[in-house]
Structures are given as C-alpha cells and as structure tokens.
Design a binder for this molecule. Structure first.
Ligand code: SAM
Length: 260
C-alpha cells in the first residue's frame, strides 16, 4: 500500500510531515521555503526535464478549462503559489484585454525568477505579491478566478488554504487546482513509481546540484490526498459543482469548484 493510500482520508497528518519526514507543523513551511529558495533558478529547466514537457500541456489544460473571457470586460485571476509565472503568462495570452493577474507566492526567490521571466517576455498586467496561501494578502470577494498549480501540495494546512480561496473569490467565481495525483492505470503506476523514486532525485542532483529537494517533491506527491478525497476537501470549504479530470492517467489531476 502506498503512502498516499494511508493518508487518503483527507491527508490530515500532512501538516506533520515534510515528505516522509515527521516534522512539527510550524517547521514544515520553513523547510518548504528552503526547498524553493534552493531550486528557484533551475526550477523551469527541471520542470521540463522531469516531466518531459508534460507540465506545459497540463497547464494549457488548466487555462482551457478556465476559459477566461476574450473580450474587454474586467477579469481578475489570482494565481496562488504562482512561482515563476507559467500559469500567469498562459492566462494573459489566452484572455482578453480586460484581464489582470495577481501572482501570489510565499517565496521571494521564485517571485524574483517570475518577475525576470515576465519582464523578458514583456508580459503586461501581472502584479507580484508575496504571501502565504493560508493567509492571503487579498481582500474578500475580489477575484473572479483562483488557480493554484503544483502549489497546494506544499501548504501545511490544506483546509485553511481552501477556505482562503473561497474567501477571496467573488460569488460566481471559479477555483481550479492542478496537482499531482493518484495514477489510475496499474502498469503506469508501477513505471511512474520507479521513475519517481529512482530517477528524479538523481536528475535533481545532476542538473540542480542537490537530490534532497527532489526527494521531497516525490514524497510530497505520495502524501497528497487522492482525487476523490481532495474533491471532498474542496466541497468542505464551501465550493459547489466540484469536479475533476485526470491528466495523463492520473499523474496529475485538475479539480474545479465554484463559489456560488
Ligand atoms: C512546484 S512550485 C509551482 C510553481 C508554479 N505554480 C508552477 O506550476 O510552475 C510550488 C510553489 O509553491 C510555493 N509555495 C509553497 N508554499 C506556499 C504557501 N504556503 N503559500 C504560497 N505559496 C507557496 C513555492 O514557493 C513554489 O513557488
């Protein structure tokens, strides 16, 4: 039985673990921040190598499901744990001229890389904000959509982050989460398990100079609730019409919910 299955009731003990390592809840975020401070400059390159470019297709799926308005009407996306700006840039390319993106991330290092990238691509209308998904520096009911891609797995208290997503969305607003999930195809699960635990830390050591952050990455994926359990947590935060789609056999999943 995998680690994920032992925690699939909502992953309540996730706050006490950093990957597979037991930690005090107040210690977990510090360790996560240290991971992203260490990998920020190599983050985009590593994403492409580790996923074979698949993360790009999954992010395209996220924006396609969001389907932002293409007209001039105002539309604000809050992209939480937005890191180096992949989702923000895709959103602004897909949306109309009334679109604005607020990119919020806890890591100053990831934000620095994101600011550099968006400036290099002359991307307009993105505002960078440093903040914690569990206590967003955003007023109540002010955003039209909230996205979080490969970010929610890193927060200490999932329920607090989901409650914050609900709070900042306007009534009628959309929540979308892209996250690694539970592989649904048995042969793929076996191959993916081997690849994750054997190859990814080795690639991390070779390309980014350290295996530890990538060991955490793999372990944290295993500790995250499966598709159904996570959908239940989203409903518990108050969202309605909660649905999900598996991507690449469940290696990743997109969850959607509405604040109605
Ligand atoms: C795997 S990266 C994902 C970045 C980007 N969304 C993407 O898909 O490429 C995870 C991001 O979550 C951020 N993060 C971790 N804990 C956070 C928290 N509690 N609040 C906000 N951001 C957080 C990290 O700093 C990092 O930038």
């Amino acid at each position: 039985m995998s680690e994920r299955h032992q925690t699939s009731g909502g992953g309540g003990d996730r706050s006490r673990s950093f990957g597979f390592t037991p930690v005090a809840p107040e210690e977990k975020q510090k360790r996560v921040n240290d991971v992203f401070a260490r990998v920020a400059d190599r983050y985009d390159l590593m994403n492409d190598i580790m996923s074979g470019g698949l993360h790009r297709l999954w992010k395209d799926d996220l924006i396609a499901w969001l389907s932002p308005p293409r007209g001039p009407q105002p539309f604000t996306l809050l992209d939480v744990a937005g890191g180096t700006g992949d989702v923000a840039m895709r959103f602004l390319e897909a949306a109309g001229r009334g679109a604005r993106c607020v990119l919020c991330d806890i890591s100053a290092d990831m934000l620095r890389v994101g600011q550099r990238r968006t400036a290099a691509k002359a991307t307009q209308n993105v505002r960078f904000v440093q903040g914690n998904a569990e206590a967003l520096p955003i007023s109540d009911a002010t955003v039209d959509a909230y996205t979080i891609a490969f970010g929610i797995r890193n927060v200490t208290h999932l329920d607090r982050a989901l409650q914050e997503a609900f709070r900042v969305l306007r009534p009628g607003g959309r929540f979308l989460c892209l996250e690694f999930s539970d592989v649904q195809v048995p042969w793929l699960d076996a191959v993916y398990e081997r690849y994750s635990f054997s190859a990814i830390p080795v690639i991390g050591a070779a390309v980014a100079g350290s295996a530890d952050p990538y060991r955490y990455l793999v372990e944290s994926i295993r500790r995250f609730p499966d598709q159904e359990s996570f959908a239940g947590l989203i409903r518990a935060a108050g969202f309605e019409r909660v649905k999900y789609r598996n991507l690449s056999g469940g290696i990743a999943a997109l969850h959607s919910g509405w604040r109605l």
